[in-house]
Design a protein around this ligand. Structure first.
Ligand SMILES: [Zn+2]
Length: 357
C-alpha cells in the first residue's frame, strides 16, 4: 500500500491502536523520514496512561526517534536521501520575553498551559503527530543529519540526554563531591553518568534491586542503597559515612513524587544543594522545614525542559561516546506490539524499549 502507513494512536487511557494513515508527502523545504525506532519513556508512558494537558483523543505521540531520509520535497538536495536523521527540538525564532532573555525553556508560547487556562484554549488533537509510525515529515532547518558512525539507538535519545543536562547543570558539581540520586530509572542513571563526567562520586537509592544492579552495571552509580522509605534511606546513608557523616553535597530527585522531593531535602548535607528534577502531579505540594532551610543554608533548585544549548551539549556527549543512551534499551518490539513495550515500561519491567515501526 504505497499511499498509506501504519501508525499507533492513543484512543484513551491505555488504549493504543494501530491504524492506517495517509503517508505524508514532503513539501517545499521538507524531507520524508522513515522512522527506524521510537523509544518508550517515562513521559510517553504517562501520556499513554492519562493523556496530556491540552491533548484530545485520539493522539499520536512518541518524540525520541531516529530515521532515514527516504524522499525530499521541492528545493531540497537529493543528496540527503539515505542519511540518518533526528529532529531538532527548537524553533529559536520566538520573540517572547523569556526567549529574548535567554530562557527559551520557559517560552511563553511553548509552555504547557495550566488546567485553569486550558478551558480558554482550543484543544489540540495530535492525530498525525508523534513518531510511533512509519513516516514523519521534517523541515530541513529543524532536523539534524547524523554521521554514519553514530547509531540510531544512541541518537534517538539525544533529547532526553539534553533535558537531563539542563537539570544537572542547574547545580554546581565539583570533582570531590558526592552526588546522591533518588531513583535509578533511565533518568536517574543519566544524572549519575553526567555527574560522574563532572567528576563526582555517585550513590543511587531505589527500592528496586534490579534497577540498582543496572545502574551499577551501566557505570551510573559507584554505590547503591536499597531503600523504600526516608527513614531507611537515612539510616543506610549514615553507614556510608559520606563527608564524615554529614551527608552528600548534592541530592538529585529523579522520581517525581512529593515524598521523595522532601526526602531529597532531608538527606543533603548542611550547605548542600538539592535538584528537584522529577515533575510531580499538578496540584501536589511539599513541606519544607524553614529552620533547616535557613540555618543549614540548603539550596533547592528545579529544572524544566531544555534550551538549544542543552541539545548541543547532549548531542556532543552522545557523539563523543561519553554517554551511550542505547545501554538503557531493555528490548525491541515491532509497532504491532507497542502495547507490550508501553506496559513493560509503565510496570518498570526493564527501563525503556525501542518500538520499530
Ligand atoms: Zn518564546
Amino acid at each position: 500500500m504505497p499511499n498509506t502507513m501504519k501508525a499507533a494512536l492513543c484512543y484513551g487511557p491505555m488504549d493504543v491502536r494501530i491504524v492506517d494513515q495517509p503517508k505524508p508527502l514532503p513539501g517545499e523545504g521538507e524531507v520524508l523520514a522513515r522512522v527506524k525506532l521510537c523509544m518508550t519513556s517515562g513521559t510517553t508512558v504517562k501520556q499513554y496512561a492519562r493523556g496530556y494537558p491540552g491533548w484530545t483523543y485520539p493522539f499520536g505521540w512518541g518524540y525520541e526517534w531516529a530515521g532515514i531520509v527516504e524522499e525530499v520535497g521541492q528545493g531540497v538536495s537529493t543528496s540527503l536521501i539515505g542519511k540518518k536523521v533526528i529532529p531538532s527540538y527548537y524553533r529559536g525564532d520566538c520573540k517572547c520575553w523569556f526567549c529574548r532573555h535567554g530562557q527559551p525553556n520557559l517560552c511563553a508560547n511553548m509552555r504547557l498551559p495550566r488546567a485553569e487556562e486550558l478551558k480558554t484554549q482550543k484543544p489540540r488533537n495530535l492525530e498525525g503527530e508523534g513518531a510511533f509510525r512509519e513516516y514523519v515529515k521534517l523541515k530541513v532547518d529543524r532536523m539534524q543529519i547524523l554521521p554514519e558512525n553514530l547509531s540510531l539507538e544512541d541518537a534517538a535519545s539525544v533529547p532526553t540526554v539534553a533535558v537531563v543536562v539542563h537539570g544537572n547543570y542547574n547545580v554546581d558539581i565539583n570533582p570531590n563531591d558526592t552526588v546522591l540520586i533518588i531513583g535509578a530509572g533511565g533518568i536517574g542513571q543519566l544524572h549519575g553518568l553526567i555527574s560522574k563526567l563532572r567528576g563526582a562520586q555517585t550513590i543511587m537509592i531505589d527500592r528496586s534491586q534490579e534497577r540498582l544492579d543496572s545502574a551499577k552495571k551501566n557505570g551510573a552509580a559507584d554505590r547503591v542503597l536499597t531503600a523504600g522509605t526516608t527513614e531507611e534511606a537515612k539510616s543506610k546513608l549514615k553507614e556510608l559515612n559520606v563527608n564524615e557523616g554529614w551527608g552528600p553535597d548534592v541530592v538529585i530527585e529523579a522520581i517525581g513524587q512529593p515524598a521523595t522531593w522532601e526526602e531529597a531535602i532531608e538527606l543533603v548535607r548542611r550547605g548542600g544543594q538539592v535538584l528537584e528534577y522529577g515533575g510531580c502531579k499538578e496540584g501536589t505540594t511539599i513541606t519544607v522545614d524553614t529552620y533547616r532551610l535557613h540555618y543549614d543554608e540548603i539550596k533547592i533548585v528545579s529544572s524544566t525542559t531544555l534550551s538549544p544549548i542543552d541539545v548541543t551539549i547532549g548531542y556532543d556527549l552522545v557523539l563523543k561516546g561519553l554517554i551511550r543512551p542505547s545501554i538503557f534499551i531493555s528490548g525491541y518490539y515491532p509497532l504491532a506490539e507497542i502495547k507490550t513495550a508501553l506496559d513493560n515500561t509503565m510496570n518498570q519491567k526493564g527501563l525503556r524499549y525501542a518500538v520499530i515501526p
